[in-house]
Structures are given as structure tokens and as C-alpha cells.
Design a protein around this ligand. Structure first.
Ligand SMILES: [Fe+2]
Length: 276
């Protein structure tokens, strides 16, 4: 029979364990930014774009729980990486559009030689987010591609409207492109099934928050994808396309992260033909 003392010790252990996990996932991990360096090989990358860097931020979800100071900290982190391009892959606020103007003002401090580009996510009100970001110097791509030049060479930066709440139109997005490399911002990685057989070279996605809560030996109990955990985070090679799914910076529904640290990704582009 278990003695009363052993039972009390055991119960205290469970309570302390639960409190520690709760504090870690509520206070510590959501603020513990991870910078990931990822090399991306692209066929036919023009010589002047060899070594070009792109910093990706996603799912900031500025809200009561993700305060303006945290957004400012993320912006400082990114600027210290001195990226050539910055890509913002949607979901700028959570729960209310009242946070939109402050997140847009903070993002106006982002610095990148070749520009800051954004697409909208399923939490973003289309017209007000477009206006707020545009007014703060961010190039919002809604089913649109733009060439980025270095002297006489160029690549395309493209962005699609959100798959769930927008008018996702890949044909319209790519209609003004040619055979030069195409880099696509796309909030929802589920879109890969439509992208994988196009001539898009590289896709930056977010949306999944890396599962946000990852239980040991189980993985994420909640993931908003029709493919389940398949595209939860990281690098995927699909058809002719490479896709990277960023874990995002903020949270939604539950204000916690567990084994899914907030992420800033720094991509370095390499010409596939030059990789030894
Ligand atoms: Fe999100």
C-alpha cells in the first residue's frame, strides 16, 4: 500500500512538473527566438544573385499576448542579419484588427537593400492590411510578381493571396513572369499541391506555427492543414519546387509554444549549378 508520505511527494512532483512546463511554454519559449540559416539551391540563378540573403518572418500575430515590444525585438533581430530582401508571409495580427496599425509601424523599421515584401494570411483583413503595410513602405503582393534587378540581371519575387480566405490565383500571379527564377511568398503551405508542378523555384510559407504545441512522442495535437503534420515546418522538395515552412513568431488560440520556438529564417540563395 502506498504510504501517505509517498503519495504526497508524488502529487507535489506532478504539480511542480506541470507548473514548470506551464511556465516554460507560456513565458519562456514564446519569447525565445531561433534564427535558422538555410541554403536554397536554384537552377539558373543569375550570377549577381549568388549569395543573396532573404530573411523570412511569418505569423507575427500581434495581440494582447504578443506585445508591440516583442514585434520590435523581432525587427531588431532581422535588421542585425542585414538581409538583402525581407519576406513577410502573413498573419500580422490575432483576434482583432485594432493591432494592425502598431504592427505596421513597427515593421516599417525593417531594412533590406532590395526591398521588403509581404503576403496576407487568413487572419488578415485584406484591404486594411494592404493599406497599412503599403503606407509603411512594404510591398504587398496580392497575386502579383515583381522583378528584382541587380544591374541587368533579375529574379521574380511573387506573392499569392491567401488559400483559405483570399482569391488565391497562381496563374494571375505568374502571368507577367518569364524563364527567370521565381521566388513565391505563400502563407498556407497546403497550396503546394497547386504549386508543385509550376515553374516556381522556391516557396516561403508559414501558417502552421510549427504545430505550436508539440507533445513528446506524439507531435502537434492541433494543426490546421488538410495534410496533417506533413508540412508542419522545415524544407520540402516537391516536384520542381522547394518549399520552406517557417514556424512563425506569434501564437494563436493558445498563448503558448512547446517545442516550436518562434523562428526567423535567413535563406542564402545558391546557383544549383555551382554547388560542388
Ligand atoms: Fe498564423
Amino acid at each position: 500500500m502506498i504510504s501517505r508520505r509517498v503519495f504526497i511527494h508524488g502529487a507535489c512532483g506532478y504539480v511542480l512538473g506541470a507548473l514548470s512546463i506551464g511556465s516554460y511554454s507560456y513565458i519562456l519559449e514564446p519569447r525565445w527566438i531561433e534564427v535558422k540559416n538555410v541554403s536554397i539551391e536554384i537552377n539558373g540563378l543569375p550570377e549577381r544573385f549568388e549569395g543573396l540573403t532573404i530573411a523570412q518572418l511569418s505569423d507575427i500575430h500581434h495581440s494582447n499576448y504578443i506585445p508591440r515590444e516583442f514585434v520590435r525585438k523581432c525587427v531588431r533581430y532581422v535588421n542585425k542579419l542585414f538581409p538583402d530582401i525581407i519576406a513577410l508571409t502573413g498573419d500580422f495580427v490575432y483576434s482583432s484588427q485594432k493591432y494592425l496599425s502598431s504592427v505596421a509601424v513597427e515593421l516599417s523599421e525593417l531594412r533590406a537593400k532590395e526591398g521588403v515584401f509581404a503576403v496576407l494570411g487568413n487572419h488578415d483583413d485584406k484591404s486594411s492590411t494592404f493599406d497599412a503595410l503599403t503606407m509603411n513602405g512594404i510591398n504587398v503582393l496580392v497575386n502579383k510578381s515583381v522583378p528584382v534587378y541587380k544591374k541587368n540581371e533579375y529574379v521574380f519575387i511573387a506573392g499569392v493571396d491567401d488559400l483559405w480566405v483570399g482569391n488565391f490565383d497562381l496563374d494571375k500571379t505568374l502571368k507577367d513572369t518569364d524563364d527567370k527564377p521565381k521566388i513565391l511568398l505563400c502563407h498556407n503551405p497546403d497550396a503546394i499541391e497547386k504549386i508543385r508542378n509550376t515553374n516556381v523555384d522556391f516557396v516561403m510559407a508559414g501558417h502552421t506555427h510549427g504545430g505550436q504545441i508539440n507533445l513528446p512522442f506524439y507531435g502537434p495535437p492541433f494543426i490546421y492543414s488538410k495534410f496533417g503534420n506533413r508540412y508542419v515546418s522545415g524544407l520540402f522538395h516537391e516536384g520542381k519546387t522547394t518549399m520552406y515552412v517557417n514556424k512563425g513568431l506569434g501564437t494563436s488560440i493558445f498563448p503558448v509554444r512547446f517545442f516550436a520556438r518562434p523562428e526567423i529564417t535567413l535563406f542564402t540563395l545558391r546557383n544549383n549549378n555551382q554547388v560542388v
